[in-house]
Structure formats: C-alpha cells, structure tokens
Design a protein around this ligand. Structure first.
Ligand code: NDP
Length: 231
C-alpha cells in the first residue's frame, strides 16, 4: 500500500503502531502522496511533528479525539477539504444505533463520516479491490476473537470486537462501491500498550499484509502474515 496509495489516513498516529506506519509509509522508496495523521493531542508530538516538518508536502496532522463528537465532526470536515471532497454534512443515521454500545463508537462514527470522502473506487478503472484503490483497515487484535473470550476474563476485547463487527457489516454495504474492508492483528509489538513482542521497526509485516489484500480478503480477519484468524 505504501507504494501505491494516493491518500492514507492513520488514527493514533502520534505513537506506537500508528507512528511507525506513518514513518514506514513516508520513508519507503515509493512514499504515499498524502498522509493524514490523526492524533488527539497536538502538543507534545515531537516525533510526529518532526516527521511532518521533514515531509511537509505529504503529512498533515489532524486533531481527532474519538471520544468527542465535536472533534469527530471537525476532523471529518478537515479530511473532506484535504481530499478535495466536501462532507455530506447531514447526520449519520447509523450513529444512534451504535451509540453507547462499544467504546469504539467514536472510531466507528468517524469512519462513517469519512467513507463518503473516499475517492470513487468504481470509477478508478482498476479491476478488483485493493488498498491502492479504497480501503479501510482496522488494527484489531487476536483477543477480539470470540474463541479466546473464555481465556480473557475481561471486557477489554469488546473494543476490538466493535471494530471487527464494523468491518464485517460495512463489507457488505460497500461491496458495490469496491471499498475493501479488512481487520488485521499486528502481532505482539513493543509499544506502550503492547509491552512484549517484536520491536516497532521489526513490525513491518503490517504494511506488507495491507499490500497483498484483494477482494478475496474483504471482510476477512487476518494476522500480519496473512493467516486467517478465528472469529
Ligand atoms: P499505543 O498505546 O502505543 O497507541 C495507542 C494510540 O491510540 C495512541 O496514539 C493514542 O493517542 C491513540 N488513542 C487512544 N485513545 C484515543 C482517542 N480517544 N482518540 C484518538 N486517539 C486515541 O498502542 P499500539 O500502537 O500498541 O496499538 C494500536 C492498536 O493496535 C490498538 O488498537 C491495539 O489494540 C492494537 N494491537 C496492538 C498490539 C501490540 O502488541 N502493540 C497487539 C494487538 C493489537 P494518545 O497518545 O493521545 O493516547
């Protein structure tokens, strides 16, 4: 994807996996043309700000707090003007259905506001689906698998489960528009959240996995090596 995509939007771009993906996408030999880096705190983002200064024509930093409905609407509006498409501005009818159900509600709302801003994939002339056309990739986790719930003893997986359900439902709704949806488990990576596992620079599998996605994988839950994960 880093090699072919025109515009990429990354949430949680100030640290952890998000920041690493920004780095890898702009520093690849074939960098993305436009990278919208969303984070909730515009102060104290030294690494992201340094990268944005180094690549001013590629990276735009956008303020997004996924728990704040005003911030969600404002950032979606900003995304619209940056990708050259005005937002539809109306209320998202699905918002009330999902409100207060999962703590990923803000991300789901943001995703629905941004989807109409995606370039029209069907008009691109390219066959099939891919991340270089139009795609929404959720970074989920193996713990979101229903099969592991009995081992978890916690409500923590519900957040990732919400993202997984979004991808599954949206897959069908947006199939005709040729927008690809996928859910990726990044593997265990040493970040503030992850703790143990491989280092961020070793976690290159995520972008490779995105690159290889086609219409065959839309709606799939995969790990960073492309292995199918149990629901
Ligand atoms: P980090 O804790 O390193 O980073 C989390 C990012 O999410 C930060 O940029 C944080 O911003 C942002 N964020 C949190 N809450 C909000 C919010 N309300 N609005 C906007 N941004 C927010 O996590 P990782 O990079 O390790 O994980 C990223 C994703 O990958 C997570 O969904 C995680 O569940 C998943 N994952 C990670 C694994 C790992 O081993 N690391 C394994 C499996 C899944 P801020 O700095 O402002 O807090």
């Amino acid at each position: 994807m880093a090699a072919k995509a025109c515009s990429v939007l990354i949430t949680g771009a100030n640290r952890g996996l998000g920041l690493e993906m920004v780095k890898q996408m702009v520093e690849s030999p074939c960098p993305v043309r436009q990278l919208l880096a969303c984070c909730r705190d515009l102060d104290g983002l030294r690494s992201l700000r340094d990268l944005a200064k180094k690549h001013p024509n590629v990276i735009t930093v956008i303020c997004l707090d996924a728990t704040d409905p005003c911030s969600i609407k404002e950032s979606a509006k900003q995304v619209g003007s940056l990708v050259g498409k005005a937002g539809h501005g109306g209320a998202d009818s699905r918002h009330h259905d999902i409100q207060n159900v999962f703590n990923t509600e803000g991300m789901i709302h943001f995703c629905f506001l941004c989807l109409p801003l995606c370039p029209c994939a069907t008009a691109s002339g390219k066959p099939g689906m891919s991340c270089s056309k139009a795609a929404v990739v959720s970074i989920s986790s193996t713990v979101a698998s229903m099969a592991t719930v009995k081992e978890m003893y916690s409500f923590f997986p519900m957040a990732s489960d919400g993202l997984n359900m979004l991808a599954l439902c949206a897959t069908e709704e947006f199939r005709k528009d040729e927008i690809l949806f996928a859910i990726l488990h990044p593997g265990w990576v040493r970040t503030d959240m992850g703790g143990e596992g491989v280092s961020l620079t070793e976690s290159v599998g995520l972008l490779r996995a995105m690159d290889s996605l086609t219409e065959k994988q839309t709606g799939a839950f995969l790990d960073y090596e492309g292995k199918v994960m149990p629901w």
